[in-house]
Ligand binder design. Structure first.
Ligand code: SF4
Length: 351
């Protein structure tokens, strides 16, 4: 049984105003073709979404700080002409990104210090591999918007060295594929990496942090399901969805269903973002829509204070109050943990 909120019915009422798939998408395109056709020019973005020309100069300037990138499969879920659309706010470069704000920096959680290339070990028992430095979408609030991916790209020899390092530390039981977006790599490469990790006896779980299937649902192919489900490792996919409207795509829901049928656990981490999801209605609708799509709400992160994203920041007192309202309104399994990431801590900090 599918429970629908009043706001989700309203969203459907607005569907007529959005760009239809027929207008901009060819259903037979592969995920790689969708990626190649992503919108990277502010003029094209404004034109496709009927955004007034007066916003162009700021969009061009901000996209020089962090490039614009958004596939048309994601644009389809944005209401044309609505500058307050919660999905548009996540991808539209704006003037506020050039503000210098106290407490915000290029490396807010100190990931760029003292780490071997391509690997980050923050917490006991887990190691994070930077599988790919590219994303299908450039989220304006991204805490890695200044990350030096070019210095952290592993060649085959470095991959072998990484496997040896993981094999030599039997305290590690879980490997996390991160990026960028790890699913921007080919299934062939991901299969190869996964096979090597599965040969290390103390590795039990594989966790994949990705936004790509949300942005381009075509990314989940038969080959993807094959390597994810055939490994002896338990596979957990942690998606990144910040607003219920992101799930407003029938094909995406079918793809998520296929992943669950393949035995893959689906979790979600969201970021609390001013103007995107910082109301109790938005957060409740997000949890309910996630569960309808077979995804468990896992984390609600406060914003990492990265340069260029201060306008998304929600005060901690407000974040805690919203979370308390979620606790009061939702069953426990629909309330994500509210957390903050702090450098040099043994775990995320619960708020
Ligand atoms: S998909 Fe994730 S890593 Fe990529 S830009 Fe968005 S938030 Fe950053």
């Amino acid at each position: 049984m599918i429970h629908r909120t009043a706001s989700s019915w309203q969203r459907n009422d607005k569907k007529d105003h959005r760009i239809s798939l027929k207008e901009i998408n060819t259903p037979s395109l592969t995920w790689q073709q969708h990626l190649q056709q992503a919108v990277t020019e502010p003029t094209e973005l404004l034109s496709l979404l009927s955004i007034p020309h007066e916003h162009l100069a700021a969009a061009i300037q901000a996209s020089q700080l962090f490039p614009l990138k958004v596939p048309k499969t994601f644009l389809d879920r944005i209401e044309k002409g609505n500058l307050n659309d919660p999905l548009l706010k996540q991808i539209l470069p704006i003037g506020a990104e050039s503000l210098v704000v106290d407490g915000f920096s290029k490396d807010p959680v100190e990931e760029q210090k003292d780490q071997p290339a391509g690997m980050i070990q923050k917490y006991h028992g887990r190691i994070l591999l930077m599988v790919n430095g590219h994303c299908a979408i450039n989220c304006r609030y991204c805490f890695r918007r200044h990350y030096p991916y070019a210095d952290n790209r592993l060649n085959r020899e470095q991959w072998q060295a990484a496997f040896e390092q993981i094999a030599s530390d039997d305290s590690i039981s879980e490997v996390i594929y991160s990026g960028g977006d790890p699913l921007a790599s080919s299934d062939k490469q991901l299969h190869w990496i996964t096979d090597h990790l599965a040969q290390i006896p103390h590795i039990k779980r594989l966790r994949i942090h990705t936004r790509l299937p949300v942005v381009i649902p075509h990314r989940i192919t038969d080959e993807t399901l094959e390597w994810m489900s055939s490994t002896r490792l338990s596979t957990v996919v942690v998606l990144h969805i910040n607003h219920a409207n992101e799930l407003n795509d029938t094909f995406l829901r079918k793809q998520l269903h296929k992943m669950r049928l393949a035995g893959i656990t689906l979790l979600n981490q969201a970021v609390l973002l001013k103007g995107v999801n910082d109301t109790i209605e938005d957060l409740t609708a997000l949890s309910e829509s996630l569960f309808d799509a077979g995804i468990i709400p896992y984390y609600l992160h406060t914003l990492d204070p990265v340069d260029g994203a201060a306008h998304f920041d929600v005060e901690i007192t407000k974040a805690k109050a919203l979370h308390q309202q979620m606790v009061a309104r939702l069953p426990g399994y629909l309330v994500p943990k509210l957390v903050k990431e702090e450098a040099n801590q043994p775990s995320k900090t619960s708020l």
